[in-house]
Ligand binder design. Structure first.
Ligand code: FAD
Ligand code: NAP
Ligand code: SF4
Length: 680
């Protein structure tokens, strides 16, 4: 291993910033920007945007970048016409990307991803005819000739990547994609040269690595992403993982990256409720068994966490994808000893993975510039103005800090005694502790950009005179309900509960099963510390073997007993939670199911009285014997200042929940605030 350079060892993160000598080349530090599909991979016209996106991360100091996945052939497409590396024209197009990254002295590898049975199209192939539970398409089993053709496709794609100027490739061998399904007995039911015992099952992976090495030469970075913890029933046992890692090393890989879980796993692996670095122990467990450098991954988002892993000998590099979406200058800020300046990824998935699954270009909730680098820029203002921003929730915070960074003179009024608005409530939910980081970052930006912050100040018309521009970011108010008894003291709102003003009894009904209803149920189901802050508890809750020994790493789940008896209700028919985030909704539903929360749809609300909460489902009356009813029935805009200001002829902009409360989230609030500020 390379000793730390003087510059690195003088920093608070000497292991993280130490170069890594790969023999034929040296990486400038231990940060690998992990592969992440952005939606800019698939069309030639998006190449300039992709190049700009990677260039900012390279300029921000990252050591090695891995692109989103590109298929080696048509069968391997993730979806119809997905990004592929199959022709010279593809390679020529990628030059813009590799040149942009090399201009900033970073290195970049192309990820080769054959989707296998996760391919969302009818041409999908797999080792055996076994449909994935998350895909409607049944794959065709590859013949022996088909296997050979696929191997040649991988080699051709790697050669093209080299022609395109890439420093290497990452072979995606995990997450349940094609290579992974060959290696695992769960999905490989063949009995030929490519299936049966482990040597034959893992031959597909080792042939790919060996042939790419031979075709691309010894000075080409070859990363293999190995599924080290599958988190699926009947998954690979640990001794098979070790054998695969050793075979991949012998075949000529340069680096071994860690893959955690398959896409069909029913255990969260990267959501915000996953403890930080929860799975780094898997990489550490493998390290004594191999000689090549190992990359660890999943829920590593701060320099402190990364440094601790590397200093403890758990890995040679850390992979981060989303944290570099959130802050392209993550490495530069760590190098400068300014971790407080990092805009930390809160692992919400709302603008990144949720967008991928909705076929939308990726961005970032806390950084709307991500993947918008060519069109959203915070340039110095031509004419500095005096700007008043009313409300320091996410919308107002984003607007005030971006406007001030551009040179405007900004005053930010906040009625409460702290910044954050509703985000201050979100961060109290067990599993949403990361949301604190965004508020820490905004506090830092307020100081750095000289925003004048007036806490504890409810702005009125008089206070808002004399400004060139007034921005109202005054947020939302809970939607009132009108069933009989709604004004009783035992009918309360989520604000009462989350602010700590009222502690509900042991039996509680929640009216409204949107994001906030689910969150409040999570809050009320727990007593004591959040499982996210207690990794051992969290692993028991989800049935993960802390020793990572059991097949697939799974044991029977042992969820903690809930603190309360809860009913989560909605008027719409069907299962509550169907409108939650694509990549996280199932986690919220599973967590509440484990807490034995009764989730009911098609509910009519009749009245609350001393007997309990009277409801009706399918015309059948029921009385829920509850101590409290908590209203989580959505929001309405709060903008009492708008009309009077406009009547006075003041130029007013309304953003965030004050503008539109329906389907409001912090992603929209921050993006709207930032975009307005970019235009002022
Ligand atoms: P708000 O956050 O409501 O902020 C408005 C601010 O204006 C308040 O601080 C208020 O005090 C201030 N104000 C009002 N009038 C005045 C005045 N006259 N003078 C001075 N100040 C004034 N969103 C997500 O994207 N992801 C999540 O996971 C998520 N989880 C949530 C969990 C919970 C429990 C809650 C309650 C919300 C959650 N949200 C989440 C929603 C998110 O917090 C809101 O969408 C976001 O806060 C809205 O931002 P905003 O700035 O428009 O309004
Ligand atoms: P929401 O998602 O719109 O849900 C409101 C709930 O209240 C629905 O279940 C709705 O269902 C019910 N409802 C609406 N009008 C009602 C009425 N008059 N009486 C009784 N029930 C009524 O709003 P929210 O839960 O307040 O969340 C606000 C926003 O915060 C969301 O849009 C979300 O994006 C964001 N958020 C996100 C997350 C996350 O994890 N991503 C978490 C929390 C919040 P019925 O109409 O069927 O009864
Ligand atoms: Fe991280 Fe959320 Fe941004 Fe995705 S959208 S990069 S999870 S902060």
């Amino acid at each position: 291993m390379t000793p730390a350079m003087p510059e690195a060892s003088a920093s608070p993160y000497p292991h993280l910033l130490a170069p890594l000598d790969l023999g034929f080349t040296t990486l400038r530090n231990r940060v690998l920007m992990g592969s992440m599909h952005t939606g800019l991979e698939d069309r030639a016209r998006d190449v300039p945007r992709l190049a700009a996106y990677f260039a900012e991360r390279a300029a921000g100091g990252v050591g090695l970048i891995v692109t989103g996945g590109y298929a080696p052939n048509v069968e391997g497409w993730l979806k119809p016409f997905a990004g592929a590396m199959t022709r010279g024209a593809h390679a020529r197009r990628h030059r813009a990307v590799t040149d942009a990254v090399h201009a900033h002295d970073a290195k970049i590898c192309l990820q080769l991803l054959h989707a296998g049975r996760y391919a969302y199209h009818p041409l999908s192939v797999a080792p055996s005819k076994a449909k994935a539970p998350i895909n409607p398409f049944t794959p065709r089993p590859l013949s022996a000739r088909g296997v050979e053709r696929t191997l040649r496709a991988y080699v051709r794609a790697a050669r093209l990547a080299r022609d395109a100027g890439y420093d290497g490739v990452e072979v995606m061998g995990s997450e349940g994609y094609l290579i992974n399904t060959f290696a695992s007995a769960r999905t490989n039911r063949r009995d030929d040269a490519w299936g049966g015992d482990l040597p034959r099952r893992m031959r597909f992976a080792t042939e790919i690595v060996a042939r790419i090495r031979e075709a691309c030469g010894p000075d080409f970075i070859l990363i293999h992403r190995l599924s080290m913890l599958e988190l699926v029933p009947d998954g690979s046992p640990w001794h098979e993982i070790v054998a695969q890692a050793q075979a991949i090393e012998a075949a000529g890989a340069t680096l071994l990256n860690t893959g955690i879980g398959w896409h069909e796993s029913r255990v969260p692996t990267i959501a915000t409720s996953v403890p930080r670095a929860a799975f780094a122990g898997v990489t550490a467990k493998l390290r004594p068994h191999v000689g090549l450098p190992l990359v660890t991954t999943n829920r590593i988002n701060t320099p402190e966490v990364a440094e601790a892993i590397l200093a403890g000998g758990g890995a040679d590099m850390v992979s981060m994808a989303r944290p570099l979406l959130a802050d392209p200058d993550w490495v530069a800020k760590a190098r400068a000893g300014r971790p407080e300046a990092i805009n930390t990824c809160i692992a919400c998935n709302q603008a990144c993975l949720d967008h991928v699954f909705a076929n939308r270009t990726v961005s970032c909730l806390v950084n709307p510039r991500a993947c918008a680098e060519t069109e959203l820029n915070y340039l110095p203002a031509a004419t500095p103005k005096r700007i008043a921003v009313v409300g320091a929730g996410p919308a107002g915070l984003a607007c005030a800090t971006v406007a001030a960074a551009r040179g405007h003179q900004v005053t930010l009024f906040e009625a409460g005694d702290a910044i954050g608005g509703q985000f201050n409530l979100a961060r109290r939910i067990p599993g949403k502790e990361e949301f604190d980081e965004t508020l820490r970052w905004f506090r830092h930006r307020i100081a750095e950009t000289d925003v004048e912050l007036r806490l504890g100040t409810t702005a009125d018309i008089d206070m808002l005179t004399g400004y060139d521009v007034v921005v109202l970011a005054t947020g939302v108010r809970p939607r009132p309900v009108d069933f009989a008894g709604h004004d009783r003291p035992d009918v309360i709102t989520y604000l009462d509960v989350l602010s700590g003003r009222i502690v509900p009894g042991r039996r509680v009904a929640l009216v409204g099963a949107g994001g906030i209803g689910f969150d409040v149920a999570e809050f009320l189901a727990h007593d004591g510390p959040s499982p996210t802050l207690d990794p051992a508890r969290w692993m028991r809750d989800w049935g993960i073997d802390p020793a990572f020994e059991a097949p697939g790493g799974l044991l029977p789940a042992q969820p903690a007993a809930p603190a309360r008896e809860l009913w989560l209700l909605q008027r719409s028919p069907g299962r509550p939670g169907s409108r939650l985030g694509k990549t996280t909704g199932w986690i919220h539903r599973a967590a509440l199911k484990a807490a034995r929360v009764q989730m009911l749809g098609g509910v009519g609300y009749e009245r609350m009285d001393d007997a309990g909460f009277h409801i009706r489902i399918d015309d059948t009356p029921q009385v829920l014997p509850v101590d409290h009813v908590v209203i989580c029935a959505g929001q309405e805009p709060h903008r009492p200042l708008q009309a009077p200001l406009e009547a006075m002829g003041v130029s007013v902009h309304v953003i965030g929940g004050a503008d539109v409360a329906a389907e409001l989230d912090a992603k929209r609030a921050i993006a709207q605030g930032s975009r307005l500020a970019a235009d002022l």
